[in-house]
Design a protein around this ligand. Structure first.
Ligand code: KIV
Ligand code: ZN
Length: 509
């Protein structure tokens, strides 16, 4: 009988923590619903102890979703585990994932902890987690570079303490498929009690082997894969969900396994993440890249016309490529818009539909074609007005000279006007905002991308701001105007900083 492989999606946790992929609560909820429709078994919804926003989004996802297990990540710290248990308490199927590093390099330099102390912490962590939640995953972080006998020791203890899933992370993407498969086989055959647990893989892609390593894990006894949509995640990312799922489906004779993923929703899910994050996948990305099923060479086309199997190992339909990207516009009626939303798997209540229709009309007056990507944006609704709100701005850019910008910013109840110059439009606007608010620190990353085709595309801007104390905040803005999108991203930083009280309050407010 074919083995069921659980798909543990960590797009909203490991994926979201990578620079350029931060999402707000509405965005995370939208994606979580899509992951539920896709059929993932577990959604790792976040790291509740990391920030109040993380806590809130995990709690909201736990409350709203019904089918998948909803998991929160925690270090083996009493406070982390307490917060995580609270965040997942309303889930129909709660799960908690606790971890501690086990490689000597992590123990010595990161945790400054002995091996024995780490075992003690792991047992305490798993026991505390188990006292509040029946389903407990344990991860020995950097397992790929950990001493095997030490792994056997710690895993034996956490299984006794109540862990039902043992996740083996190759945290730094160091192992080759042969090595990773061998590690899984060794643990499967050696750790007492592990035969009653699910062995899971968590492979990073630093050497481009995350998918191959995860599959080697399956071939050697793993029954769960931790992965992310489009392979997003720390540094080079995690194993890509769409790739592992399609490899298992396409080569059943190799893996004797199956997943419960509705593969026809893979493309839609990938596109939703691209729209929300503003990060498009490479054109030749397997399964979901624009060229994944395109055949250019005449000789290939000739073969395909005779028999598709000459050059196609998967049916494009099976991963959702039959869908046409329906273009809506000013004259599209409510019925057509709602029908398209339904096809995109987006469910809205009456209030959300009214808000979307009003925003649709405004956007359609400004831009001729409304694509799926635009509709996904609109369906996220408007964010409530926060402490800092950009009421208006004017920018003049001049070839070969400084640009000038003027802004009107609402700071609490006060209106602040400011003018500044800069090397280019974005620099001028950022100088205005910084002058107006006294924001300290510096911009460390700036990324802007268009998420729908054509000139009037919606742009998503993601930035990272480093505060004077070295902490970082990530901000995001979107608009059909790229300079506006960049400005909104900095205003987002201000609002997040306000919440964290990292900047001194605006003078006089
Ligand atoms: O890469 C890693 O080790 C992780 C753990 C928290 C599972 O993300
Ligand atoms: Zn990871």
């Amino acid at each position: 009988m074919s083995n069921k492989i659980k798909i543990f999606d960590t797009t909203l946790r490991d994926g979201e923590q990578a620079p350029g992929f931060s999402m707000n609560i509405q965005e995370k909820l939208r994606l979580a619903h899509q992951l539920e429709a896709l059929g993932v078994d577990v959604i790792e919804a976040g790291f509740p102890a990391a920030s109040p926003e993380d806590f809130e989004s995990v709690a909201k996802i736990a409350e709203e979703l019904t089918t998948p297990e909803i998991c929160g990540l925690a270090r083996c710290h009493e406070g982390d585990i307490e917060k995580t248990l609270k965040a997942i308490e309303k889930a129909k199927k709660p799960r908690i994932h606790v971890f501690i590093a086990t490689s000597d390099i992590h123990l010595e330099y990161k945790l400054q902890m002995s091996r024995d102390e780490a075992i003690k912490r792991a047992i305490q962590g798993v026991q505390q987690a188990k006292s509040g939640c029946d389903r407990v995953d344990f991860s020995p972080e950097d397992a790929g570079r950990s001493d095997r006998q030490y792994l056997v020791e710690i895993l034996t203890e956490v299984i006794k303490a109540g862990a039902d899933t043992i996740n083996i992370p190759d945290t730094v993407g160091y192992l080759t498929p042969e090595e990773f498969g061998d590690l899984i086989k060794f643990l499967h055959n050696t750790v007492p009690g592990i035969q009653d647990c699910i062995i899971s893989t968590h492979c990073h892609n630093d050497l481009g082997m995350a998918v191959a390593n995860s599959l080697a894990g399956v071939a050697n006894g793993a029954r769960q894969i931790e992965c992310t949509i489009n392979g997003i995640g720390e540094r080079a990312g995690n194993a890509s969900l769409e790739e592992v799922v399609m490899a298992i489906k396409t080569r059943p004779e190799l893996y004797n396994a199956h997943t419960d993923i509705n593969t026809k929703l893979l493309l839609q899910t990938s596109k939703m993440l691209q729209s929300i994050s503003g990060n498009t996948v490479q054109i030749n990305k397997a399964i979901v890249g624009q060229n994944a099923f395109a055949h250019e060479a005449g000789i290939h086309q000739h073969g395909l016309l005779k028999n598709k199997a000459t050059y196609e190992i998967m049916k494009p339909d099976d991963v959702g490529w039959n869908e046409t990207n329906m273009v809506l516009g000013k004259h599209s009626g409510k019925a057509a818009i709602l029908a398209r939303l339904k096809e995109l798997g987006i469910k809205l209540n009456d209030d959300q539909v009214s808000e979307l229709m009003a925003n649709f009309k405004t956007l359609a007056d400004r831009k001729k074609d409304i694509y799926d990507e635009d509709l996904i944006m609109l369906s996220l609704g408007e964010e409530p007005k926060k402490h800092y709100f950009l009421e208006g701005m004017t920018v003049n850019s001049h070839t070969g000279k400084d640009s000038t910008a003027s802004i009107r910013l609402l700071v609490g109840k006060k209106t602040v006007d400011e003018i500044a110059k800069g090397i280019g439009s974005v620099d001028a606007v950022y100088n205005c905002i910084i002058k107006a608010t006294g924001l300290e620190g510096k911009l460390t990353t700036f990324h802007i991308d268009a998420v729908s085709p054509e000139r009037e595309a919606v742009a998503v801007c993601q930035i990272t701001w480093e505060n004077s104390d070295g902490t970082e905040i990530r901000g995001k803005g979107r608009d059909t105007d790229t300079v506006n999108a960049a400005a909104y991203a900095l205003v987002d930083i201000l609002n997040k900083a306000k919440i964290r009280e990292k900047i001194s309050p605006y003078q006089g407010v």
